[in-house]
Write a protein of this length. Structure first.
Length: 648
């Protein structure tokens, strides 16, 4: 459609007269082209901005990739509908008189409120930019003091109590400890039920020794708790009352404990793995590490994995004696296996079920070493002799369990983090360890694991992928505007957009985590998209001003340029506020939620919502000021205005 024809149609729309069907179709076609171009670049930028999340691995990828994929496919579907179905519906339902936007009361209200603010900012440009710079600089101390963690702790509604006893604990003593601690925990009014177990299940995938106890504590709903009671206070009170000499206690939650053990082999938040060649040396180093980091603020449930202290029944056969009695090693081993371990005699069949029938000595004969020494062995020439006649029976000490990783022996120092962020606790612990162990013995080294291992892995990937995404988006913006100035103006919005997110994290006392990074990544895409659309509006307004002056930029005065930019900014108020309010209103239920799962979703929502507010203020207030300064500089320096020809 030509400019003259479009002008005539607009005049007829302004008079609210009916226009012809051909003119209506032409208006829809031209509008669809312009909207389709904007939608394409906006959706492309937002999809690319989410790319870093898809390159994560492990737990963080499994948790956040569905969010990214859902958002991506939703954007693609919405874009397809916007450029195909929406024009058709507009053609079908847009009949009769067309009411101009100037008669929209909602738009007029926002424009009336925004116009004097924008005019003030354009008149006091240096002051506005200085205030904006001060806000950015003021957020730097908040960023440097922001705590860090891998993932926000999910309140599962229950607790997992994991006390560890000495490796040589007996079955009866382990049972007594479980009953005593469960009785104490059940006495708290916030506890619904308690279930504890020692040892491992009948499966090869669970290598828990009898010395490791797991107690699941089911809590009542929080509205039934004592007034002022929090989860941290409850754990602290329970921890004080369940202390038993010789028992190291630890608190976590059932689901995250299983995830930690499966992903890193560590059952606490953080683990310090010590590798070496000798178990005794590894254990000594582990004890030194324990004493070094003890007392750090926020470090709780400190425990050294026991590498010694396991009790073994050692039966050493004397070969000369068995030869004298006419026996061989297999004869003696068969008796030991049958008496202590049990021998399968037969299999009983009951319908479709099969049961092995084992034979071994009764428990009272297996628990006493004197009774074990009297186990009879049948000889050929000397009758029955006790096993002590052909073997030495004694109790020896050894490792309760040998852990190895990467073909090396491994010891572990375990601890949880409570009342402080994980990053700060690990930082303090690292400083102490580096100071105390400046040089380890040859063949020994220390490695950090647990949730901290996941945090380091995620941060390393994001630090590589996010700059690459920035470069890709910058390239897309350059081929869109054909101007590096436009790219710089759009990217200036990024730190300002992050201001709201940073201040909100400080206000809500939220640590930086992968979830917070996801919120900032989503905010980055929206901020860049809104900046692109604002610059497009301002550029079109300047282009029309140049055309009105007969393509002679020197005929344009600075006040006229300022008024044109002000007019272009006011035309962007309604669509921008619609976009922002739709995002904010859609996320308010998540922001105010308190149920299970809100602990993980709020760190995503908080920086996104509050960062979106500051990004919107920047696009409406600061971006026109920057655009005006750039265009005035072009006009003064070269006597011409650079019109950014947006790609079709």
């Amino acid at each position: 459609m030509s400019v003259d024809k479009n002008k005539k149609v607009k005049e007829r729309i302004g008079n609210t007269n009916e226009i012809s069907d051909e003119e209506r179709v032409e208006i829809i076609r031209e509008s669809s082209k312009m909207i389709g171009r904007s939608v394409f670049f906006s959706v492309l930028i937002m999809i690319i901005s989410f790319a870093p999340i898809l390159f994560l691995t492990g737990q963080e990828f499994k948790m956040f990739s569905p969010l990214v994929l859902t958002k991506t496919f939703s954007l693609i579907g919405a874009a397809i509908l916007a450029i195909t179905v929406a024009p058709m519906l507009t053609r079908t339902f847009m009949k009769g008189k067309l009411i101009p936007e100037s008669r929209n009361p909602v738009s007029n209200l926002f424009i009336t409120l925004y116009k004097p603010v924008a005019r003030f900012c354009l008149n006091w440009r240096k002051t506005i930019l200085a205030a904006c710079l001060a806000l950015v600089i003021g957020s730097i101390p908040l960023v440097t003091n922001l705590g860090s963690e891998f993932m926000p702790p999910l309140d599962e509604g229950s607790l997992l109590f994991m006390p560890v006893t000495l490796p040589d604990v007996s079955n009866s003593e382990a049972k007594r400890i479980i009953q005593l601690q469960d009785k104490i925990i059940k006495s708290f009014p916030e506890v619904e039920n308690v279930l504890g177990k020692a040892g491992r299940a009948n499966t090869a995938t669970d290598n828990s020794p009898i010395s490791m106890i797991e107690t699941i504590v089911i809590l009542k709903p929080k509205d039934q708790w004592r007034k002022g009671m929090t989860k941290a206070k409850l754990i602290s009170e329970m921890n004080e009352r369940v202390q038993i000499p010789g028992v190291s206690v630890g608190w976590t939650m059932p689901i995250i404990n299983r995830i930690n053990m499966l992903s890193t082999g560590i059952r606490t938040d953080v683990g310090i793995k010590i590798y070496g060649k000798n178990l005794d040396s590894i254990y000594n180093l582990s004890r030194q590490v324990e004493s070094t980091i003890k007392g750090i603020e926020g470090l709780a449930d400190l425990y050294v994995e026991q590498l010694t202290g396991g009790k073994y029944l050692d039966i050493k056969i004397r070969r000369r004696d068995i030869a004298r009695y006419g026996l061989n090693v297999d004869d003696v081993n068969m008796v030991i296996e049958s008496a202590l371990g049990g021998m399968i005699l037969t299999t009983t069949v009951e319908g479709r079920e099969r049961f092995n029938v084992n034979l071994r000595l009764a428990q009272e004969y297996r628990n006493d070493i004197n009774e074990i020494e009297r186990i009879p062995i049948q000889t050929m020439n000397y009758g029955v002799v006790p096993i002590s006649a052909v073997a030495d029976v004694k109790i020896t000490e050894g490792p309760p369990m040998i852990s190895s990783e990467n073909a090396m022996l491994r010891g572990t120092v375990l601890f949880n983090v409570r009342g402080r962020d994980m990053g700060s606790v690990v930082k303090d612990a690292k400083e102490r360890i580096d100071e105390a162990f400046k040089k380890l013995p040859q063949g020994y080294y220390i490695e950090w694991s647990g949730q901290y291992e996941n945090q380091v892995r995620a941060n390393q990937r994001l630090s590589i992928i996010i700059p690459i995404v920035f470069l890709i988006i910058a390239f897309i913006l350059f081929i869109t505007f054909h101007s590096y100035k436009a790219v710089l103006m759009v990217f200036v919005s990024i730190p300002v957009a992050l201001i709201g997110g940073v201040y909100s994290l400080y206000f809500y006392n939220v640590n930086f985590s992968v979830a917070v990074a996801v919120g900032f990544i989503a905010l980055f895409g929206v901020a860049v998209s809104t900046g692109v659309l604002m610059i497009s509006y301002l550029n079109d307004t300047v282009k029309k001003l140049v055309q009105e002056k007969g393509n002679n930029p020197q005929a344009i005065s600075l006040p006229a340029l300022k008024e044109a930019i002000l007019f272009g900014a006011t035309q962007r108020v309604r669509p921008l506020l619609m976009t922002v309010l739709a995002n904010i209103l859609g996320l308010i239920p998540v922001l105010v939620s308190t149920g299970t799962g809100s602990d993980v979703m709020k760190p995503i929502t908080i920086p996104f919502v509050f960062g979106l507010i500051t990004a919107t203020l920047f696009v409406l207030i600061v971006l026109p000021v920057i655009f005006n300064l750039v265009k005035e500089w072009e006009l003064k320096k070269a006597g011409k205005l650079e019109i950014m020809e947006i790609s079709q």
